[in-house]
Design a protein around this ligand. Sequence first.
Ligand code: C5P
Length: 285
Amino acid sequence: MVETGHAYAKINLSLDIVSKMDDGYHNLKTIMQTVDLSDEITLECLPGEGFSIDSGRPYLPGDERNIAVKAAHVFFEHTGISGYHTKIEIIKNIPVCAGLGGGSSDGACVLRLLDKMFETGLGLETLETLGNKIGSDVPFSISGGTKLAEGRGEKLTNLPPLPQCYILITKPPFSNSTPELFGYIKCEKIRARPDTDGIIKALGNGDLGGIARRMYNVFEDVLPRGKTEIAEIKEVMLDSGAPGSVMTGSGPTVIGVFDNKDNAMTAYERLKKDYEECYLTQTIV
Ligand code: C5P
């Protein structure tokens, strides 16, 4: 039995941290959007047992520390289905450790593909609940689109889609540690926050400028010194005509929202000279 599918990247149009929870996790308020940059996943289930994974990236874990393997394990545990060896092949196109939710999206895609393959009809709610056991961004990636995510990331509300636009994605050549950045956040000391409610209102009005101008990510305030490329990339995006630019997730990737393709292409050509991981994308509703 074989199934194939796309695992799409996400961007955060805004990211706010409301409070720290007793279990050490943080209570988020973030608007997420799916974009058309994707990994390709092939899943094969053969008689046998265990898991194998080939992601073409030797530095990614090949055992249950890999979100895709964890997702398969969670699926079989929940459904009680047994007697299969699961082979997972991933063609990675989404930059890793980038704030683009690539690993989480791979996990969500594995859950969807297994549900289809075994005709288990788990439904959105159960798939999201299983996703929540795997990672904080996985529930969003089950159906994607444009959503407000709260709590750890599991409380999801559908929002009106982002108006038609071009989203330029640029990753500087280093990674941020997500737990480390969360560790720097002191909720009571956050100086600037995104206008989440204003973005939601602007989404309702189809007002791209109103959305782009309000985008902000509280992690930008606690970036370790020396990560100057993030500000430099933003500057190029804004200077090329983007009405807004923001770091996505825990970074270090920066996104720029453009209402016209010419400006987006200008920014792409300027940034591509210095940054290998540069992608011009559009949204997926
Ligand atoms: O759930 P996930 O594995 O994606 O989270 C990675 C790390 O990010 C966690 O170990 C935790 O340190 C931090 N985190 C958090 N609050 C969240 C999501 C993640 O503190 N809502």
